[in-house]
Design a binder for this molecule. Structure first.
Ligand SMILES: Cc1cc2nc3c(=O)[nH]c(=O)nc-3n(C[C@H](O)[C@H](O)[C@H](O)COP(=O)(O)OP(=O)(O)OC[C@H]3O[C@@H](n4cnc5c(N)ncnc54)[C@H](O)[C@@H]3O)c2cc1C
Ligand SMILES: NC(=O)c1ccc[n+]([C@@H]2O[C@H](COP(=O)([O-])OP(=O)(O)OC[C@H]3O[C@@H](n4cnc5c(N)ncnc54)[C@H](OP(=O)(O)O)[C@@H]3O)[C@@H](O)[C@H]2O)c1
Length: 376
């Protein structure tokens, strides 16, 4: 009997086997006058790429900018080494520096540079401060003429790891596409402008560029049954999965109501996808929209302030079985939103602070699985 191969299964794309997708759109979402650069990125997965569901994230394998790789190799007198250039571009972190590299440079430096760097390396606190806002070129600037062997360089640098982005589109919104909402990290330190590795990479991609990606499925951040109401809190890029949720619920005619809390700096320049949400309100698929523009008045107004202002209604939704979703900044925002939710459960749910905490973290989050976070 012939042993013909089984029909090929969909390849399992992952961080070690990414799909070569193609960039379709790279558009700035902020308007004139904004201090931010947030991108709407559209990537083509086509029919042979990975598939996804609302709530999943996309893993992106970034590359360093050619200019930064060149600046680095030129300072080392190694700019003719094409193989080193490619290795550095695809696998070594250059926009931030680790202690191992600083120590190796301190070892090879000569004269006053050697003394300065060795003093820093001998003091852990000083070394932490030194590496905090420097990249590899800043270090070489402090040790002019230092020589490193090409073969040893990759081993002295931290390895690039993929970055995750919450998917901002529903898979059947525009089939074969995946949309992202990316805040470009940018700052200046030691007289040179710096960019985040992956957000800078995405921000500079030209149409049709090839982008290595894979889907990171979510374990928990799923939509609820269609008849359930949802409350979504997503300031800044935290909006991404909720754009996907709204597209999905509208397309499939889910009966549950949708309430979105969005916040950013200024209404005029930073209302990400504001036109889409206005249209969704008009067509009845977005039932409530509460916005908090933090810098449009003297005092800061954040999403959690809007939640508290509308606490009685929010509690009614929760009592009625609504699911509560939070996405975005983990360090401050998600904690403050939790505290606001707690205060609402106390004030409008008639519980003591202890009962409210128990209800939120045990009953609501663990037993009923109605409190879902995608924070980073
Ligand atoms: C599940 C998940 C979902 C995510 N979804 C999104 C999303 O939808 N949209 C989005 O934009 N991001 C999202 N992120 C974050 C994203 O993965 C990246 O972490 C982010 O884009 C920054 O990566 P980068 O490579 O551009 O920056 P990096 O090269 O990693 O640099 C970022 C680092 O730069 C340093 N830095 C920043 N500013 C300064 C400064 N002024 N001085 C000195 N150092 C500084 C900080 O150490 C900071 O950690 C998500 C993360 C996770 C885990
Ligand atoms: N964990 C992290 O390291 C992390 C997480 C998310 C974003 N970021 C970085 O921040 C930059 C922009 O991110 P982003 O566009 O997603 O939005 P963002 O900076 O998180 O800001 C979105 C909105 O949230 C407000 N905000 C600030 N502190 C808050 C709090 N404690 N509670 C509620 N709202 C709060 C901001 O107000 P004000 O700015 O006026 O205070 C702004 O109006 C990017 O460079 C990104 O990389 C870092």
């Amino acid at each position: 009997m012939s042993t013909s191969p089984a029909p090929s299964a969909t390849p399992a794309f992952g961080r070690n086997n990414p799909f070569a997708s193609q960039l379709l759109e790279n558009r700035q979402l902020n308007q004139k006058g904004s201090s931010k650069d947030t991108r709407h990125i559209v990537i083509q997965l086509g029919s042979s790429g990975p598939t996804y569901q609302c709530g999943d994230s996309l893993g992106v394998l970034p590359r360093n900018p050619e200019t930064l790789v060149r600046e680095f190799t030129q300072k080392l007198g190694l700019h003719d080494d094409a193989a080193l250039h490619e290795t550095l571009a695809t696998s070594a972190i250059l926009n931030r520096v680790g202690k191992k590299f600083v120590k190796a440079v301190a070892e090879k430096a000569t004269g006053p540079a050697r003394d300065k760097l060795q003093t820093i390396c001998a003091d852990e606190k000083k070394l932490e401060e030194y590496v905090f806002d420097r990249d590899v070129v800043d270090v070489l600037h402090d040790a002019p003429g230092v020589q490193l062997e090409p073969a040893e360089i990759p081993g002295l640098l931290n390895k690039i790891a993929p970055r995750l982005y919450s998917i901002a589109s529903s898979p059947d919104h525009r089939p074969g596409e995946v949309h992202l909402t990316v805040a470009v990290v940018q700052y200046t330190s030691h007289g040179r402008s710096k960019q985040g590795l992956a957000s800078g990479y995405l921000a500079h991609l030209a149409d049709q560029a090839s982008v290595p990606v894979y889907v990171q499925p979510t374990r928990h951040f799923h939509l609820p049954p269609p008849d359930r109401d949802i409350i979504m809190v997503g300031p800044g890029t935290g909006i991404a999965p909720f754009r996907a949720f709204l597209q999905h619920r509208q397309r499939h005619g889910h009966a549950g109501k949708n309430w979105l809390f969005f916040g950013d700096q200024h209404a005029q320049s930073d209302f990400l996808y504001g036109d889409e949400f206005a249209a969704a309100q008009k067509n009845g698929s977005l039932h409530r929209l509460s916005t908090a523009f933090s810098r449009d008045q003297a005092e800061k107004i954040y999403v959690q302030h809007r939640m508290q202002e509308e606490g009685a209604e929010l509690w009614r939704w929760l009592e009625n079985g609504a699911y509560f979703y939070v996405c975005g900044d983990a360090k401050r925002m998600a904690k403050d939103v939790h505290a606001a939710l707690l205060a609402i459960v106390v004030k409008h749910g008639g519980k003591t602070p202890e009962q409210a905490e128990e209800w939120l973290t045990v009953t609501f989050a663990k037993t009923e699985k109605r409190y879902l976070k995608d924070v980073y």
